[in-house]
Design a binder for this molecule. Sequence first.
Ligand SMILES: NC(=O)c1ccc[n+]([C@@H]2O[C@H](COP(=O)([O-])OP(=O)(O)OC[C@H]3O[C@@H](n4cnc5c(N)ncnc54)[C@H](OP(=O)(O)O)[C@@H]3O)[C@@H](O)[C@H]2O)c1
Length: 302
Amino acid sequence: MTQQPSTPGQNSPVTVVGLGPMGLALAAALMEKGHPTTVWNRTPAKARDLVARGARLAPSAADAVAAGPLTLVCLKDYAALYEVFGSARAAAVAGRALVNLSSGTPNEAHAAASWAAERDFAYLDGAVMVPPPLVGDPGSVFLHSGPREVFDAHRDTLASLGDPRYLGADPGLAVLHNAALLGLMYATMNGFLHATALVGSAGVPAAEFADLAVNRFLPTVVDAALVEAAPDLDAGHYPGDLGTMEMNLNALEHIALTCEEQGVHAGQPRLMRDIAAQAVADGHGGSNYLAVFEVFRKAAAR
Ligand SMILES: NC(=O)c1ccc[n+]([C@@H]2O[C@H](COP(=O)([O-])OP(=O)(O)OC[C@H]3O[C@@H](n4cnc5c(N)ncnc54)[C@H](OP(=O)(O)O)[C@@H]3O)[C@@H](O)[C@H]2O)c1
């Protein structure tokens, strides 16, 4: 492949372990930016194109890690991490930095950080917040958490993949943010899909509704309001002078009834109605709708 002119950090060798769609994109972006790239995958055939473009295929995961100072791990889950590195010779991998970009939970990230410490890996957890085709774009966000010095030592190399954000020393913070942002993504997509099904019950085409919903309604009524509301969430301040929880409960009831009338799945609005009803039962009937935040964050104590 054609290597780009080098800039600081670009000549640093990098290893990528795991060549699913995301690992392939990581390795391709690193090669594009001029990093000598070593790869390893359980199914070696998936490395064929990368090798043809100049990547080195290591014979084992331990050999792959030993090839350079930094290894990006991008496997299905944390269980695969242990399966891949469980038998790695400690001497070959000690002192290397391992950045785990596999999906998981905060508890799994904490356990992986302890596992890495026992093996003398410098461990940084992480999460990729874009799909494979966007890896390598300067605006693509990568989240990282763990020891600051590990992030700082490899920041320039990580910047070859996009915009690396350091969230803090707690290794669980990256996957916690990942779960929060993906939850937001699924809730938003489901909100749009459900609304489109509702108007679709009267024959309205999705393309027509998308313009009204996504280009007009969301930016003015939802997006801006949420950014403005964030300080109130931190302060637990929910003045109901422009609209109360009781009023919103009524609106949610009407959405659920409309779904039932139109023969559209009513599970989502019913769940939102139940959460608002809980907020009313908790004494927030006169607060504004943001008080459902109290229901969400106090669920563990309930
Ligand atoms: N694709 C996306 O849009 C996207 C976006 C953001 C984050 N991610 C995250 O990135 C990670 C990788 O995702 P992906 O899309 O590349 O595909 P994936 O299907 O989640 O993971 C595939 C990779 O995991 C390996 N693997 C699975 N089980 C294994 C095991 N028991 N032992 C060894 N290797 C094992 C596969 O090896 P084989 O090739 O040998 O099967 C392959 O390298 C995931 O945690 C995913 O959540 C993906």
